[in-house]
Write a protein that binds this ligand. Structure first.
Ligand code: B16
Ligand code: MG
Length: 217
């Protein structure tokens, strides 16, 4: 049997949320907007453009398109500066053994991320060869919970949505998988991700028997 295994990037494969946070914080500081860790949660899985709008709304700041474009560039340059030294040590615990197991069992693997920086991150962490398809923020027009990113990924792998399994850490991502008729696996807090079909704290608690059962289903 063959299933499509589709992975979100930030919060599933690597913890880039901390770098997004630092980069946004710099912009928020300059604008005198209070931007806390709790606020940062609102930005998970959300596009760069929408993230800026959320921060400006938090500070009740209105800005011209010109200013916004400048801040978006500034934020990404700051964010990229944190990725320069990224290596395989930043792969979240338990992820690599699962990717390896899927490869050994000839299961197709895709990335389904909102990030426009997904490719360099996979390269730097050495994971690029594990992915048969990469769908990221450069390929989609509709943000999660729209299932577009995952539907394109399944299509590229030549697998139906019903035979696709999505690993996600964000609520919107879990919803996107569900709306797309895929099997959703939430990675994180059960309280937050209760809409997912299965929920795990992290990949270290997913064993290969569970994956074998998914493949057989
Ligand atoms: P970029 P994911 C998302 O990645 C992040 O969760 C979100 O916080 C970020 O704003 C978005 O990517 C866009 O990232 O600025 O690199 O294009 O969780 O969908 O893998
Ligand atoms: Mg995510």
């Amino acid at each position: 049997n063959t299933k499509a295994f589709i992975f979100d990037l930030d919060g599933v494969i690597v913890d880039t949320a901390k770098y997004h946070y630092l980069a946004w914080q710099k912009i928020a500081n300059e604008l005198n907007i209070e931007f806390t860790h709790e606020h940062n949660e609102l930005l998970k899985g959300v596009s760069r453009v929408r993230s800026l709008d959320i921060i400006l709304e938090l500070g009740k700041v209105t800005a011209s398109q010109e200013d916004k474009d400048r801040w978006l560039v500034q934020k990404n340059e700051e964010y990229l500066s944190y990725l320069v030294d990224m290596n395989e040590s930043e792969i979240l615990p338990g992820v690599f053994p699962i990717l390896k197991f899927l490869k050994e069992n000839n299961q197709p693997i895709a990335l389904g991320s909102a990030s426009k920086n997904a490719r360099p991150i996979l390269e730097k962490t050495g994971l690029l060869p594990y992915f048969d398809a990469i769908v990221d923020g450069n390929d989609v027009t509709n943000a999660k919970p729209d299932p577009e990113v995952f539907l394109i990924a399944a299509k590229l792998l030549n697998i139906t949505p019903e035979n696709s399994i999505v690993f996600e850490d964000s609520v919107a991502g879990v919803q996107a998988a569900n709306i797309g008729n895929m099997t959703s696996i939430g990675i994180g807090e059960a309280n937050t991700l209760h809409e997912a079909k299965y929920i795990f704290n992290d990949f270290t608690t997913i064993d290969t028997h569970f994956i074998e059962e998914l493949i057989k289903e």
